[in-house]
Structure formats: structure tokens, C-alpha cells
Ligand binder design. Sequence first.
Ligand code: C2E
Ligand code: CA
Ligand code: CA
Length: 765
Amino acid sequence: MASTAAKSLPAIDYVSIVRSVYKDRRGMLIGAISAGTTAAAAGFSANSRIIFVHAAALIVIGMLRFFDARQFEAAAIADDDAEGASEWEFRATITGCLAGLVYGSWCFSSLIFANDPFAVLASIALSVAALVGVCTRNFGLDRLVTLQIVFVGVPLGAGLFIAGGIYHAILALMIITLMISFRKLAGDVRAILLAAVHGREQASNLAQQLDTALDTMQHGLCMLDGAGVIRVANDRALLAFQSFAPGEWLDQPLSALIAAADEVGFLPRTAAERLIDMVTEQGSGKVLLSLPDAVHFEVTVSSRGDRTVLLFEDISERMRAEERINFMARYDALTGLPNRAYFTDMVATELEDRRNFARGDHAAVMIIDIDDFKHVNDTMGHLVGDKLLAETSVRLRQSLPTRALLARLGGDEFIVYLAGCDTAEALLAHAGTILTAFVTPFNIGGEQLVTNISVGVVEATNLADDLDALMVKADLALYQAKGNGKGQVELFQDAMDTDYRYRQKLKTELRLALETGGLTLNYQPIVDIVTRRVVGCEALARWHHPQLGSIPPSLFIPIAEETGMISEITRWVLQTATAQCMTWPGDISVAVNISARDFRSGNIAEMVDSALKRSGLPPQRLEVEVTETAVIEERDAASKILNALAEQGISIALDDFGTGYSSLSYLQALPFSKLKIDRSFVADLGSPRALKLIANVARLGKDINLIVTAEGVETEAQLEMIATYTKVDQIQGYLFGVPLPARDIAELISRMATPGSPAQKVRHG
Ligand code: C2E
Ligand code: CA
Ligand code: CA
């Protein structure tokens, strides 16, 4: 049966208490021998055989316990072997009880049988002394102490009582009281021991938990004592310290270490000083420590009492993410240039400065646009387009002075802010350098790519202009550069602004015209080159403005395209033209121009359907004219829509052939039924080259079953040459008729239906 000590103590403590019982085996043997010798002396003194027997028993038991203790030592039980210790406790209890019994019985025998004062004195004195030893040595083993006290005390008390006399009785009571107090004393010592053991156990549990917490926490932690010395630090904290001051940190004053790291430049000075202040003042707060190699720690300092705790959080990853987000918000991912927003921010402040300090030096804004970028994107794919943009940004950067601020506005547009140019000439020279940078073709994915740019430049001499105003002006200049044939630099002039304002005015007026019937349609005859009869008419929009007079379509059609009004115009043209065509005899057709913007925003199929339905015109008598540019700009939409129209029997004409890319791939891919050779070729007919060109284009058209029309035929001579040397089928031009109002075209058609009638009659401006 396990003792209370075995149950209430941790194994390690229990084992060590059992060990202590066995420890002083020599002292115990000497005690036993001296007790035995004293008993022997008492035996002589009292001449009592029974006392001799006790003397022998004391020595025998002493030796028994001595050998038991030696065996215990030889057994060498493990520090935590509670079970083994329990067995040895039991053996110690048996031998201890035996010893106690012999002492008790010695006292009893001396009192009852010896009748010798020395024998009585010797037995009682040595028994009480033995009990003192018991209490001091065996206090940890509650059961053993109790049994030994009982085994000594009961016979001793009984002996005294039996010996008789009031004094013996008093002595007996006193001795019993003494023994009870021994027992209690041993109990108290034991309780103190247990409390200490439990306290230590609790403390070690707590320390273990704290250790686990410190080791597993995500942040570095260190605790300073009242003097600012680092007393506790987890591994993460130590690791963090190593990154700015390698060496020993534990038990060192933190401030001194920080100051040393600051000294060698590992820490940003202000942060280091703040941290030292916070620690010395035992305050609280946060400090950001930015170390080399983009390592950042957020240090949280908090103090309580005289303790200060520092928490190190590695926020490098968070900072990197923030930096990335910041970068992404400010820079264009493709080219790495600042984006529009960031550019606007930077230049707005710069312009503000110029205004505030009334600096009149030449600064400028340039807007740069890649010519025909859309074509590259469509024909060569977005990957090539992206590469071209990236390479363009490199060439721009290299051809600009370092002080120039270059950004990507979006799409294929770039913007430059350039300060410190002395004259407009110097400015244009810079722009010229940019242009020359594009002379060398690009090499993208092994392919040579010739690309030009157009540049619009505005000088920022007028301090009242903000960035928006400058950008509008640079845009106007760019627009002009594009209009002048691309690949050019254009410096903003006030006249452009006037033009711009005029265009702005036209924008509002055009809407009004469309709503109030200010637009009309003229029709230009298209004549068969052999029969000289009108086979169709092209519908051409006219705008007569009450104050501004006649506004040419070359001006208002682009405006309509810009504003999106074009689809309403197209719808109106389709309705009007198809209705008009119904009034013409035979199978004369009507041609309607469709613009690029219509493919993007207008619902062409629906507009055509509704026009045909309302007018009752058979689809075979309707023709739509598209330019190459429109088809290129809206390749996918155009292909879908044109195929649908062709399936209904509507003719599709490729307008102005020869002015754009004249790419044969479009002829192949789209359902064209007609090719209209641009009038510039006819105008050039004086040169044999132009004639050859028309002849070859016409042959090519015929070879792929297209009807070929020559536009802009103004003279008999031109007609003669075309008729003789080319396979052109149809003629359109002032020779047979200018675009005429509906009324006049009907008359012309009927007149030309009579063979041999002079077409020249209707030839006027
Ligand atoms: P376009 O489609 O190439 O139309 C033919 C243009 O050539 C017309 O100019 C016509 O007047 C002109 N023209 C015809 N014969 C001769 C000639 O013998 N010599 C010369 N020098 N010119 C001749 P217009 O009417 O000024 O139209 C210009 C352009 O405006 C058109 O070119 C067309 O692209 C566009 N446009 C006109 N009306 C419309 C329309 O209703 N919708 C759309 N989307 N565009 C239109
Ligand atoms: Ca046309
Ligand atoms: Ca044309």
C-alpha cells in the first residue's frame, strides 16, 4: 500500500525523501551501537538479563538497518522510480518500527523489571534522543514517523504509569505530550516541504507554459528589468536582434545595444533614438525599424511597473505588399512608366510652383501617339502590340533628356513634361530627336516593324494654363500632326484653338441640324462604262447651316463620328436613300456609306432591316460602302456584320481603294462585291504609272469577280483612257454628274436612259 508521501509528492521528490531516510547509514549504526552499549551498561548496573537482551537487539537491528541501507544504495533506483521507492519505504518502515519497538520495550523493561535509576534514565534519555533523530530524518514519511513514535511512546508511557507514583504519571503525561508535539513538528516540517515542492512544481509548470507561449508566438518578445537590462527574450526576438546587431543580447542593457547598432549605421537614427527614449522613460508606443535589405520591424513598447516589454513584429512582407500596391497605383505595368494619375499629380504640383514663383521659363507638354497602332494590334496580335508599346517607351526614354517626365497616358498615347527649354526651337529639336528615334524599324519577335509616331507639342508659357488646358492643346496639335499625314511634330498654335472651338460649336449645331431636318441627301450617279446608263447612285450627306453656310462632309462626318452621332445619321441616310431609290426606275441601286464607328456602336443589321422594310426596297438594290480603315479598326464586328448583309443579297463595296493599306487579305476575308478605286488615281491619269495602277487593280478585282468602279472621273480624256486600257466596269464622277438633290437625280436618270444623250449637260460644280 502506497503511503501518503508516495501519493502526494511528485515521483522525483518522493524518491529523494526515501533516499534521505537511507542516507546516513553510518550515523544510524553509530546511534544503534551507542544505544546498545548504554543498554549494556544499564544491564550491568541493574544486573538485569532482560536489559542485556535489549542491548543485543538494538545492535542487531542497527546492523540490519545498516545493511538494508547498503542494499538500497546498491539498488540505485531511478530518480523518478516512485514504485521502487515505495517498496524501500515499506522496508524502512518495518525496520524502523522494529527499532522503535525495541526502544519502547527497553524503557518498559527498565521501569518495570530493572529497578535501577541509571537503567531507567539511560533507556528514557536514549529513546527520546532517538525520536528526535526520527523526526529530523524521517519527517517526509508520515507513516513511519507516526509508527515509530507510537512504538516507542506507548510502552514508555505504560511503563511509567505502571511503575506508579504521581511523579511518574506526570512524567508519562509530559513525555506523551512531547511525543505528540514531535509528531506534529514532523507533520509541520513535512507540510512546509510539500508546500515548497508544490510551489516549485507550479512555478516550473508556469515557466514551461510561458516558455511554450514565447517559443510559439509569431512575434519576437523581450522583457527588460527596471534597469533596462534584457532579462527574457524569445528566439524570434534574438533572431531579430541579430539582424541589426549580432552578438549576445540576454542580460545586456537594451539601450546600449541599440545605440551601438545606430552607431555603425545599422539602424535609422530617429527610430533608434525614439526607441531608446521610450525604453529609458519606461513609456509605451510603437516604433518602425527599417533595416537594410528591406527588412522592417514594428516594435511595440509597453511598460508596467518597472518592467518593459518589447514586441518585435516582422512587417517586411506587409511593407513589400504595400509598396507593390503603391507602385501599381502609380505606374503602368506594361511599360513601367508613371501612369496618367501619377503624372498628373507630379506635373500639377510642378505647374503650381511655376505659377507661385511666376517662373516664365519654357516648359512644355508633348503628347505622343503611335501611328496606326491599332493596325499592328489587329494584324499581328496583342502580344506584339504590347511589345511595341514597351519598346516605344524605351526609345522615348532614351531620346528624352533625363529631366523630362515621361508617362503613359493609356492605349498607345504617351505624355512628356519637359521643363528648362530656352526656346521653342530647342523644344522642337527635342521633339525631332524623338521622331528620329523611330526611324530604325523595331525588331519584335524576329520581325521587322516600321512604326512612326506623331507628336503634339504645347509650350507652357502661359502661366494661367493648368495641366488639363495644356493637354487639350497638345491634343489639338497632335490631331493636326495626324491630319497632316502622321509621323510629324506639330506645335500648338492659337489658330488650332479657334478651329477647335469652331468644331466644338459644330458639334452642338450638328445635333440641332439632325433633329430639325438641316441635313439633306444628294445623290451622285454611277454609270456603266459600256452602256452609259445609270446603274446606281451614291447617297452623300449635305449640311447647309443657316449662318455658316455649306459645311463639307469632310468636316462634319468626323465630328459625327467623334460624338457618336454618326449612327443616327447612318440610320437617317439608310431610311431616306432606300425610300428615294424606290422612286427610281428599273433596278438602279443606291449606295450608302457606313463608317467605322457604326460597326462599333450602331446596330447596322437592324438599321438596314428597318430601312428595307419601311421602303420596300429589295436588298439587291442596296449597296453599303465601307473603307479599308473602317474594316481594319473594327475587324471582328465588320466581318460579322458584312457577312450577314451579304447573305441577304446586299452588295458590299470597298471604298477609296488604294488610299489605305490596300491589303489584299481584307479582299480575301470579307464578302466584297465591288471595288471603288480612289479618285486620286484618276486625277493622276496623266502619268503612265497611274494608268498601269488602275489597269492592274481593275484586273485583280475582275479576277476575283468584283465589280470595279473608278471614282472622280471628270473629263472625257480620263474616261477614254479608262475605257481603252482598263477593265473598269463603272464610272463615278463629275463627268456624268455631281451629287444632286433627289429631284434633279431623277431627271438625270431618265435623261441618261435615252441612249446617246449628252451627259455633259448636267456637269456643273
Ligand atoms: P466618298 O464616299 O469617297 O464620296 C465621294 C466623294 O467624292 C464625294 O464628296 C463626292 O462629291 C466626291 N466626288 C465625286 N465625283 C467627283 C469628281 O469627279 N471629282 C472630285 N474632285 N470629287 C468627286 P463629298 O460628298 O464631299 O463626301 C466626302 C466624303 O464624306 C465621302 O467620300 C464619304 O466618305 C463621306 N460622306 C459623305 N456622306 C456621307 C454619309 O452619309 N455617311 C458617311 N458615313 N460618310 C459620308
Ligand atoms: Ca463612298
Ligand atoms: Ca470614295
